[in-house]
Design a protein around this ligand. Sequence first.
Ligand code: FPP
Length: 245
Amino acid sequence: APKKPKSWRFKLSDQLPKHVAVIMDGNGRWAQMRDLPRHEGHRAGAKSARAAVSAAHKLGLEHLTLYAFSTENWSRPKEEVRFLFDLLLDFMKSEVSTLLEQSIRLQVLGELSDLPQGVRQAVRQVIKRTSGGTEMTLNIALNYSSRVELIRAVRLMVEQGLSPDQVTSEAFEANLYTAGQPDPDLIIRTSGEYRLSNFLLYQAAYSEFYFTDVLWPDFGEDEFNEAVKAYAERNRRFGLTGEQV
Ligand code: FPP
């Protein structure tokens, strides 16, 4: 029998986003629905993170940002926090070869210095080893808070001794964690939540949003492609009538 075409197949004329950012939500509920401990949801979520990197790379996206740990997440139970850092450590160890093979450069958005030493060292090492990657930038938002990022940028500009008229959008953007990177074209949030949750507040000024009820552990390559496809179709319609598209 002929294979059913996947609904996310792309046309050459489809406009791909350059930068996709993801709020990976719903791990806890995924586990709860299966009578599993919450950390099993995070373990499954880490698999989806790998799938997202793979999907983004295959599509030829230039930047992918994954929101892995917010400054607010410190208030979760100690064991859950420890498990999340263990998963990150695993991710660093298991993915470094893939990142190198696919010429993907790792960056972190957030305050690395406040993380447990083991995680900090592993992350710093992967950042260093992959720094020559030219095909894609993978940003992991880790110990991230957008408000902290904005205040930090102001503090840095003061430290740099900028005069009021030197405080431009260029100077400001150069002091964000995302310095040198384009703003996200598309922000995905899973699990039926409709909030930005202190994520890329400045950078999201013109972003398109994609919300889905799918829980993060169930969000695989097909779902990622589906979201990018939805963006491509929205964007292609911009200023045109339905018939023109
Ligand atoms: C939200 O689900 C998810 C997190 C707070 C952590 C995200 C981390 C991962 C997906 C795994 C590690 C990441 C990498 C890159 C290896 P939740 O626990 O808030 O879910 P709930 O709202 O259903 O409780």
